[in-house]
Design a protein around this ligand. Structure first.
Ligand code: RAT
Ligand code: ZN
Length: 437
């Protein structure tokens, strides 16, 4: 107990199940380990979507987070790197970031954790053993074991109906999979409207670049049709740090007149991921995006103007985090989620999570993995649990010091709420999910 602990009020009868300060930490760790989480934002795909789903050692090593690190430690130029095939790229990254240098960064350490989880050699000079191991895995069984190792039960995908390869797979009748929930991703629709008008027209929707009233109705029909096909748990878009709402732009019109009404009709939330600065260095491709501070008044205006919509919001800049918590205290239709992308590092996750608990209790979703490669969920969720354990322990210790007993049931309730039911209730507030069982 700290020197600031207030002496216990002896009139309060102790509960039989009351945890001592020493038991709190181990109970938090147990419950974090035992409760399967829902991963609310990933770039993983269900097996029926075919080649879109990435897994195995070569994909793990060519993750764009690691590509960004390669160009800092190697003299290879991006243009040269892109001429290599996937295995050559993976070999180069392994040699540079794992053999020539100890892999201490968050993303490199993650690969080590994955290899270790499967009992593979983490100090090997070549990738032969790992390649052989992944080559003999059967995908469905592998997914089950990866989810188990990661401690997750379901993941939300990112499904863009305007991605030609993905649309084709859905149109061919991709079988649903209860472990993978669909999410309609709107980036192309919202940001490249003029470019995609011919494509949407070719699918039988009477849209026009000028965005007539009829075109907006047609976009709504397009979204409903895709909702029928994908059965999404929410719709989502990522937005630049310069995002404003309202504004005179195709995006704002689409949001107001098509996307938000469709979300209301389908009774699903809209996820806004705000603060990306796209392609500040296009030569490194996917790794070339950066982060910027956004004007969150746009979120304020949307939450206030559309009280019947629910918003999931993640912001990329560390500087916007406190403000997001303040807005969540103003608007009950705003659910902050995750420590997104460049924020998914223990030092920053710790700061953000403490701030959120202090300001919002347990009314937020602490983390998502953003995994692009299946096995990444193993290390990303392991890291999340490791970072969160002392934070939750500290919250309960303070509570005990202030005179309220804490039980295992309390801890279980809170962890379930943050990592499962906040999301479940957000996507299906009436307890009836619009998604297939
Ligand atoms: O974290 C990432 O992998 C980013 O490249 C983005 O995909 C981001 O998470 C997004 O969903 O836009
Ligand atoms: Zn993402």
């Amino acid at each position: 107990m700290s020197t600031f602990a207030i002496e216990k009020n002896t009139r309060t009868r102790p509960l039989a199940s009351e945890l001592s300060p020493e038991q709190i930490r181990s109970t938090v760790e147990d419950e974090l380990r035992n409760i399967p989480f829902i991963d609310v934002h990933t770039h993983l795909f269900m097996p029926s979507l075919g080649q879109l789903g990435l897994w195995g050692i070569d994909e793990l090593l060519t993750y764009h987070y690691l590509e960004a690190e390669l160009f800092r430690s190697s003299r290879v130029a991006p243009a040269e790197y892109w001429t290599l095939n996937k295995q050559q790229q993976a070999d180069l990254i392994w040699q540079t970031l794992f053999v020539d240098n100890p892999p201490v960064s968050e993303s490199t350490r993650g690969v080590v954790a994955v290899l270790n989880a499967f009992g593979l050699d983490t100090r090997t000079r070549d990738l032969k053993q790992a390649r052989e191991f992944f080559a003999q895995r059967e995908l469905a069984a592998h997914i089950r074991s990866v989810f188990k190792l990661a401690g997750i039960s379901e993941v939300a995908m990112t499904n863009d109906p305007l991605d030609p390869q993905e649309a084709e797979a859905w149109e061919a009748g991709a079988a649903p999979d209860p472990q993978f929930k669909a999410v309609i991703r709107l980036d192309r629709l919202l940001d490249k409207w003029a470019e995609y008008v011919p494509k949407i027209l070719s699918k039988g929707y009477l849209v026009d670049v000028e965005m007539s009233v009829n075109a907006l109705t047609e976009v709504r029909r397009f979204l409903h049709d895709w909702a029928q096909t994908m059965n999404p748990v929410y719709m989502a878009c990522s937005l630049e740090d310069t995002f404003q709402y309202p504004e005179d732009s195709p995006r704002a019109k689409l949001l107001t007149r098509a996307v938000l009404p469709a979300c209301r009709e389908l009774n699903i939330p809209l996820s806004l991921m705000i603060g990306v600065r796209r392609q500040v260095n296009p030569t490194i491709r996917l790794a070339g995006d950066a982060a910027g501070v956004a004007d969150l008044r746009a979120v304020e205006r949307m939450c206030s103007a559309f009280p019947d919509n629910r918003f999931l919001v993640s912001v990329l800049s560390r500087e916007n985090q406190h403000e997001l918590c303040v807005y969540a205290r103003k608007f009950a239709n705003l659910m902050p989620f995750g420590c997104w992308w460049f924020l998914n590092n223990p030092s920053i996750v710790e700061e953000i999570t403490r701030e959120r608990i202090e300001m919002l209790g347990t009314t937020f979703i602490p983390q998502h993995s953003d995994a692009r490669v299946l096995e990444q969920v193993i290390y990303k969720w392991r890291n999340t649990r490791r970072t969160m354990a002392p934070i939750f322990t500290n919250s309960y210790t303070l509570l005990v010091e202030d005179g309220r007993a804490v039980t295992r049931e309390d801890i279980c309730h809170d962890i379930k709420r943050m990592f499962r039911s906040n999301f479940e209730r957000w996507i299906a507030p009436d307890g009836v999910s619009s998604s297939r069982p």
